[in-house]
Design a binder for this molecule. Sequence first.
Ligand code: NAP
Length: 254
Amino acid sequence: MSQVGDTPSRAFDLDGQVVLVTGSSTGIGEAIARLTAAHGAKVVVNSVRSTEAGQRLAAELDDAMYVQGDVSLPDDVDRLVEETVARWGRIDHLVNNAGTTQVIPHHDFDALEPDVWRRILDVNVVGTFLMSRAALAHLGENGGSITNITSIAGLRQVGSSIPYAVSKAALNHLTKLMANQVGPKIRVNAVAPGLIKTPWTADWDEAHARVAETAPLKRSGVGHDVAVACLGLMVSEYTTGQVLAVDGGVTLRG
Ligand SMILES: NC(=O)c1ccc[n+]([C@@H]2O[C@H](COP(=O)([O-])OP(=O)(O)OC[C@H]3O[C@@H](n4cnc5c(N)ncnc54)[C@H](OP(=O)(O)O)[C@@H]3O)[C@@H](O)[C@H]2O)c1
């Protein structure tokens, strides 16, 4: 824990700290893994299917390992945390970035079968909770943080589908509910991205064009934009229970 008067330039130092980023083989998670590694962290890279990409990324970073696992499966969650602790003996920061969706127009209620709801809520909400609970036992010792990657779909009537938007609204609230319970050593915050250029949104040309036209900052985000906000929250030792929109200002316009 830093003290009043610490040199400001050292505020982002993660030397020796262990950061576990779920869903980090590509996109936003990859950017968070790269940025935290660049600030001295030991990083756990995770994904479910894209194992080669995850292994490649871990090999590229200074001190990282790849662990395959689905955050919605309790056994995988336990293994992810156990392998991290077995390797480095601690976890300092958990970033719950893994997420899934299905693109369904909001008016199409008939397409919202129970299986669609269950898969999205299972990964996005239950997975985030399971990861957080499993990591909590290790986060407290040195003071630590959980950062949930949510979405402005959890704040506005937008997003790739209603179940996705509902899952992200649930995560924004889970962030506050957990933050209210796990202090003083552990903080829980969320970053709510707007439209970010990742493999997930690679063919969303119309949406990218709309954001470039309407957002005050006149462009979609990139993974690094989210990673910087995430790193900021990780090291903000007097901030908990907050949801930070990283959206180029698009929510200012409706
Ligand atoms: N891109 C955007 O515009 C945007 C906006 C707002 C919020 N977000 C949020 O940001 C996060 C990352 O999105 P992205 O755009 O970077 O997506 P992405 O490029 O598709 O990456 C998703 C990552 O999550 C992993 N993943 C998916 N399901 C998983 C599970 N059950 N367990 C563990 N890992 C899993 C994927 O691994 P596999 O390849 O192995 O499946 C991949 O590594 C998501 O939570 C998303 O909701 C994105």
